[in-house]
Design a protein around this ligand. Structure first.
Ligand SMILES: Cc1ncc(COP(=O)(O)O)c(C=O)c1O
Length: 345
């Protein structure tokens, strides 16, 4: 695998020397059993990230999926309906967990580049009647993975938050890549988080940690999430050593996401210059490039295979679409190599 340039996802990164040093030098007097709430390093980190997001509390969890599902659990009751965008991660890549774990159904609506407008959400809210599901939660995704790393406009988030408040709906943000949105816009995590009841974030995507996500919200919601995390087998013990790596990821790799964004733009421009592909590089805002391969008259899987033959791993995301994701494990020189390949394919 190592000889390949791996652009399938920003989750393929390996822990850096800094991260491993942080594990080696962990202050063991502060490490304890986190199920007992006795891992001081975890408690401190949860507190620190909650402050960064202007939330009362945070809970460190193994994955973004668990963070999202805990959010759905604490924001809904059984039989409720959750509104989200058609391409949302919770609707496509979380193994029907909302149905299995929270016994809710999803109402998916087509957005433009993954972005739903407040009016669309308003139209989808169920009237009150015995035969309708009860709409209780709206879940947004920023950046939007399947749509190609698109950034949710803050003005639209404000309008949606206002609508949710007026309709007494909860609002969750799948912010697995909110860091990328922040770097792209110059906004702070707090600027986004203030509009949401719960937010999930990942340290294991562009920030490069090997493990770790967090759900953020009120103390009461996080206390409930903590109980479900244990129920679902996500209670962890001496996780100060894992948290140590997530902390390094947040401190050292946040600002450098701008480099990944430049790399993604360069890849998009290379695709734009080849008539076999269709992409608007102006729409590439962060570290994901989604490309329409229909003009090549080849399937997305055939294109993926061609890249693989040339030593570059990419993925197909849906019919006619391939996806490339830049991350800290791919150098500028490797991006130039891939750009040349794109031009010649
Ligand atoms: C937008 C989004 N949300 C949630 C997740 C889930 O994260 P994990 O793979 O850690 O469960 C992902 C994973 O790629 C994602 O892209």
């Amino acid at each position: 695998m190592n000889k390949h340039i791996d652009l399938r996802s920003d989750t393929v990164t390996k822990p850096s020397a800094d991260m491993l040093d942080a594990v080696r030098h962990t202050d063991l007097s502060k490490v304890g059993d986190d199920v007992f709430g006795e891992d001081e390093l975890t408690n401190e980190f949860e507190h620190e990230v909650a402050e960064l997001f202007g939330k009362e509390a945070g809970l460190f969890v193994p994955s973004g999926t668990m963070a999202n599902q805990l959010a759905i659990k604490v924001n809904t009751s059984e039989g409720d309906e959750v509104i989200c965008e058609t391409g949302a991660h919770i609707a496509n890549y979380e193994t029907s967990a909302p149905a299995m774990l929270s016994r809710v159904q999803l109402k998916t609506i087509d957005g433009e580049n993954g972005i739903l407008k407040a009016e669309q959400i308003s139209d989808a809210i169920r009237p009150s009647a015995d035969w309708y599901p009860r709409t209780s939660l709206v879940a947004l995704e920023n950046t939007h993975n399947r749509a190609g790393g698109t950034v949710y406009p803050i003005a639209e988030i404000e309008r949606i938050a206002e609508l949710c408040k007026s309709k007494k709906l909860r609002l969750h943000l799948d912010g697995a890549r909110l860091w990328n949105a922040c770097v792209a816009t110059g906004l702070k995590p707090k600027d986004y988080a203030q509009h949401f009841d719960t937010v999930s974030v990942c340290f294991s995507k562009g920030l490069g940690a090997p493990i770790g996500s967090m759900i953020l919200g009120t103390k009461a919601d996080i206390q409930r999430a903590r109980r479900y995390r244990k129920m679902w087998g996500g209670g962890m013990r001496q996780i100060g050593v894992v948290v140590a790596m997530a902390k390094v990821a947040l401190e050292k790799n946040y600002d450098r996401l701008a480099i990944d964004h430049q790399h993604a733009k360069a890849l998009a421009q290379a695709f734009e210059a080849n008539p076999k592909f269709q992409v608007n590089s102006a729409h590439v805002q962060t570290n994901i490039v989604a490309v329409d391969v229909a003009p090549s008259r080849q399937s997305e899987n055939e294109i993926v295979e061609q890249f693989k033959q040339q030593g570059v791993l990419i993925s197909s995301i849906k019919k006619n679409f391939i996806r490339l994701v830049t991350h800290l494990g791919v150098s500028n020189q490797e991006i130039q190599t891939v750009c040349k390949l794109i031009q010649n394919i």
